[in-house]
Design a protein around this ligand. Structure first.
Ligand code: ADP
Length: 235
């Protein structure tokens, strides 16, 4: 693969929902390419289609037409098993609420996706402990989610999302539940990780300060993904 190819490329994505006799066009020929080490802020009003775009990018939902390329591989024709494999290996997802398993410790929550992938317990624990230490949680390994602060829970969720060394990181309002100071801290951890590991990250956020610190800002207008710079031009 050449260095010039995007890690993830959404091409001519169309998505409509049919609800009570109405047709809602959410994405219309949407285009978005993200390269390694790049953080893209997805900033758009509620209902604009951010979650829909992230779910399609993460192969959690099917587009009506168009293609999602991951590392230049078109994914729409893949079997469910192959899509699941790519989702497990190449894509990390972070949600607004951490969704950690409450009965497991921090380190166990980060071990689980690795063990689902087939890694041995020892290897999974070593990587989980390294990742949590990297995210400043060296002394929180055996805490359960309820024994962690909001910012710590979200950093565990970040560690879990990248446990299998994915190429793509998708985040839906990852700092939305945090106070500004903690949001800043979690965002710094996220940025450091993206830069260090060459992830391609799409981060939906309402936080304009954080968006300003990312590499690019895009929005969704009438189903079309637009760069902020182009938005200024048509405004
Ligand atoms: P955002 O994340 O930007 O708030 P979403 O992608 O969640 O927006 O939703 C975009 C629009 O699509 C909303 O108007 C929502 O009501 C609608 N929508 C989302 N999912 C469905 C669904 N499964 N069926 C019908 N309409 C949906």
């Amino acid at each position: 693969m050449s260095n010039d190819s995007p890690i993830i490329y959404l091409h001519e994505i169309n998505r409509t929902y049919h609800q009570g006799g109405n047709t809602l066009t959410i994405l219309k020929q949407a285009e978005l390419a993200v390269w390694a080490g790049q953080l893209v802020a997805l900033v758009a009003p509620s209902g604009a289609g951010k979650s829909t775009l992230l779910h399609i990018a993460g192969m959690l939902e099917h587009q009506d037409s168009g293609e999602v390329y991951i590392n230049e591989t078109p994914t729409s024709g893949l079997s469910d098993a192959e899509r699941t494999r790519i989702r497990r290996m190449d894509i990390g997802f972070i949600y607004q609420a951490h969704r950690l398993l409450p009965e497991f410790t921090a380190v166990e929550n980060v071990m689980l996706p690795q063990m689902v992938r087939g890694l041995g317990k020892l290897e999974a624990r070593t990587r989980a402990a390294e990742l949590l230490a990297y995210l400043g949680l060296k002394d929180r390994l055996t805490h359960r989610p309820s024994e962690l602060s909001g910012g710590e829970q979200q950093r565990v969720a970040i560690a879990r999302a990248v446990a299998n060394a994915p190429r793509v990181l998708l985040a839906d309002e990852p700092t939305g539940n945090l106070d500004p100071h903690t949001a800043d801290h979690v965002f710094n951890a996220l940025t450091q990780l993206v830069k260090a590991t060459g992830l391609a990250a799409i981060i939906a956020t309402h936080n304009l300060e954080l968006a300003a610190r990312m590499d690019r800002r895009v929005t969704i207008r009438d189903g079309v993904v637009m760069e902020y710079e182009d938005l200024d031009r048509v405004a």
